[in-house]
Design a protein around this ligand. Structure first.
Ligand code: DGT
Ligand code: CA
Ligand code: CA
Ligand code: ZN
Length: 577
């Protein structure tokens, strides 16, 4: 169940797309898009606001506020229904292809009468798109890729954050029931995979019935898929499956181990158990000969009997963690409490929705020792950044520094890596920042050579300390760019440039496997949120989970370091600063 703010955000975004596709006012479409983002990032639940309260949200005017009120009261908005009805359902289906914007979707419908994904596939194969203005072979390729992505997302996996929201609510509800000894989630969610197929919840209790009944009766349970004494499965109103298993309390550790997975990790453990004369199941570790139980209550005891230390769930992917554990070489993975600050964040000076003051005080509440503000630079033209604006912001940042306990503020920017690897400002201007993040935001379809050179050039700039969201992937929407990342990682190591692990649940970029690869080059990392609102700062947990899946330790992550060490990394003495 999305929060009301997110539901409203999705609805207004859809309206903006529909306005654009029906050839409506581009200004109006943009206004709805801005309002959608502002509401999505607004810290107060919109369901608690009236029309007047809504209008206090930036970019929300009277007419938008009225639509939101209508939605909150009736679950629908007549204006949205109207435009929906004016567009064939197939064209709306086209809009769900992640690589196809509203303009192109409309052109396909008007020029070629394409009104479904199937018809679009036919048109691509018949090469009918090539005759359309603004379409080329590259567009075809993108469209085909988009359709593949969409069909993959149709496999029903959801973003880690969406699954986490549901799981935490379910665990909260079930924990309150009398007789609940323990309750926790397991599966890919506990391993912090970037997407989750279904949610596995475990309860330790003597009787299972009250828990099964409670799950079936939750307000967001839409359908009961299977109902039994040991396991019940339901589907939520948002289409997410939740599997609940109730275990006897003495089997808690064995059950948690089994249902956390991964399957491949479990198989390795079972093989080890057999070699040690045991049998491992979700009920415990048993002596193979006598069938007598050895241990079952905690994961630690089971690992210990197999001669292993406890292995963090984020490492349980059969990527060598058992061999490392046997050698005593398991990494001590970075934890959220180790993070001393966030090095990539935005404010409403560009496309953020919270003010500088709001972002800074929310960061201070998180107990950070330092915090960097890195708004977009001028080459991302939509953001209208100027030298004057960023310098004025610097004054405000300096004035705020020290006002929040001991948290120190860094003034930075997120530069745009241009098609040639060029950056927004000359070096002497960059020298004025405490920190420069540099990221790719456009020209994703350049050749592999061009993309690689672009990223390597950015690394080579002495003022660039972090490469933001390095592959630019957006989960379920857009694949990462096709650069030679081995060359990029090598350049990062050589130039002392950190790679970002972007914590936004839609990005998680670098992903676990890329992190593992980059780490072999001796690269350092920065786990950042790229927050555009105070509500995004807590996304840090997802970045840290991803960093753990990439086997990163505190030492690998520059924003766990004390400020002085971080500053030396940002401004090494050899560089001309
Ligand atoms: P998901 O839901 O696709 O994101 O991935 P998981 O890992 O949560 O997989 P799921 O929900 O099918 O099963 C949860 C855990 O239960 C899985 O990680 C390991 C365990 N498990 C499930 N089926 C098997 C199996 O056939 N053999 C073994 N050893 N473990 C299994
Ligand atoms: Ca699962
Ligand atoms: Ca499952
Ligand atoms: Zn960016």
């Amino acid at each position: 169940m999305a929060r009301p703010n997110e539901e409203v955000e999705a609805l207004l975004q859809e309206y903006a797309d529909l306005v654009a596709i029906t050839g409506g006012d581009a200004f109006k479409a943009r206004a709805y898009e801005k309002a959608a983002r502002a509401i999505g990032g607004h810290p107060v639940d919109v369901a608690t606001l009236d029309a007047k309260g809504l209008q206090e949200i930036p970019n929300v005017g009277k007419s938008i506020a009225e639509k939101v009120v209508e939605f909150l009261r009736t679950g629908r908005v007549s204006a949205v229904e109207e435009v929906r009805a004016s567009i064939p359902a197939g064209v709306r289906e086209l809009l769900t292809i992640p690589t196809l914007g509203p303009k192109k979707a409309m052109a396909l419908y008007e020029e070629l009468r394409v009104s479904s994904v199937a018809e679009l596939l036919d048109a691509v194969h018949d090469r009918r798109l090539r005759d359309l203005k603004g379409f080329g072979p590259k567009t075809e390729e993108n469209i085909l890729h988009g359709i593949t992505l969409m069909q993959k997302a149709g496999g029903g996996r959801v973003l880690l954050s969406a699954a986490m929201d549901v799981a935490e609510q379910v665990v909260g509800e079930l924990s309150r029931i009398t007789g609940c000894d323990r309750c926790a989630y397991a599966g890919s969610l506990r391993r912090m995979r970037d997407t989750v197929g279904d949610i596995d919840v475990l309860v330790a209790a003597g009787r299972s019935e009250p828990f099964m009944k409670a799950l079936e009766g939750l307000p967001y349970t839409a359908e009961v898929i299977a109902s039994g004494e040991k396991k019940t499965s339901v589907r939520t109103t948002q289409g997410l499956q939740v599997d609940l298993r109730v275990l006897p309390p003495e089997s808690w550790g064995a059950g948690r181990l089994y249902f956390t997975g991964s399957k491949a990790h479990n198989i390795r453990l079972r093989e080890m158990a057999i070699r040690h004369g045991f049998k491992l199941s979700e009920y415990g570790l048993f002596h193979a000969k006598s069938g007598r139980k050895a241990v079952s209550e905690t994961e630690e005891e089971i690992y210990a009997k197999l001669g292993l230390p406890w292995i963090p769930p984020t490492l349980r992917e059969d990527r060598g963690e058992i061999a490392a554990a046997l050698k005593g070489e398991l990494p001590e993975v970075v934890e959220e409490k180790d993070i001393r600050g966030d090095l990539h964040t935005h404010t409403d000076l560009t496309d953020g929705v919270s003010t500088l003051e709001q972002m800074v005080s929310a960061a201070a509440e998180r107990g950070y020792a330092y915090y960097a503000i890195t708004d977009h630079a001028p080459n991302l033209y939509m953001q209208r950044m100027t030298d004057q604006k960023i310098l004025a912001q610097r004054e405000r940042v300096r004035a705020l520094d020290g006002k929040h306990r001991k948290m120190r503020l860094l003034h930075g920017t997120e530069l745009n890596i241009g098609p040639e690897g060029d950056l927004d400002w000359p070096d002497d201007f960059l020298a004025g920042f405490d920190l420069c993040v540099a990221s790719v935001h456009s020209h994703f379809n350049q050749s592999r050579e061009e993309l690689t050179r672009r990223l390597v050039r950015a690394c080579e700039n002495p003022y660039v300390s972090v490469i933001g969201h390095p592959t630019t992937r957006q989960i379920g929407k857009r694949p990462g760019i096709d650069a030679d990342f081995d060359a990029v990682f090598e350049a990062c190591a050589r130039t002392g440039t950190a790679l970002e692990v972007n914590s936004h649940p839609q990005r998680l970029d670098l992903c676990d496997e890329d992190i593992l690869r980059a780490k072999r080059y001796g690269v350092k990392f920065a786990v950042n949120t790229d927050a555009h609102s105070v509500t995004h700062l807590p996304y840090m947990r997802y970045g840290v989970g991803t960093a753990q899946r990439g086997w990163l330790t505190k030492d690998d992550v520059i924003n766990t370091w004390p400020l002085q060490r971080l500053k030396r990394f940002l401004r090494p003495p050899g560089r001309s600063r």
